[in-house]
Ligand binder design. Sequence first.
Ligand code: ADP
Length: 153
Amino acid sequence: MKTNKKIALFPGSFDPFTVGHASIIERALPMFDEIIIGIGVNDQKQALFSPEERVRAISDLYSDEPRITVQSYSDLTIDFARRCGANIIVRGLRSVKDFEYERDVASMNHKLGGIDTIILFCEEQYAYISSSVVRELIKYGKDVSEFLPKKKK
Ligand code: ADP
């Protein structure tokens, strides 16, 4: 059944989900009817948090927002997008470093599945925040709470 709903997939590793990711969700939500946060699981990548831990943490964060759902997947993003009925992909861009990668993936996803990607520029104050740096801080016992989103009251 064809739907006119705008269903966006926000795919990523989210290992862990940071305030930068949360800011993309917050800004994208008014643009779409639903957002699916897709946790891409890649066995080649050494993750700090298991897919189950990531699904649980992000689901808890958005448990009061029925328009946001969280799922993990281990196949191609474009196949997952089609499977879950998403008709747009959302990604964030921190700097020029992200640009070429995001452009190539967006072009490939469009070629493979005819789904466009909308890129949101990140908020300036989050530009330096990445899951990989947060993981590194956790590894060395640092307090990372300021980089992890808190549930809205
Ligand atoms: P991936 O492994 O697919 O790059 P990430 O979890 O690192 O997954 O990132 C998911 C998406 O969120 C990507 O589009 C990335 O550019 C974006 N992103 C990551 N960190 C931030 C941030 N601090 N602000 C805005 N967007 C971000």
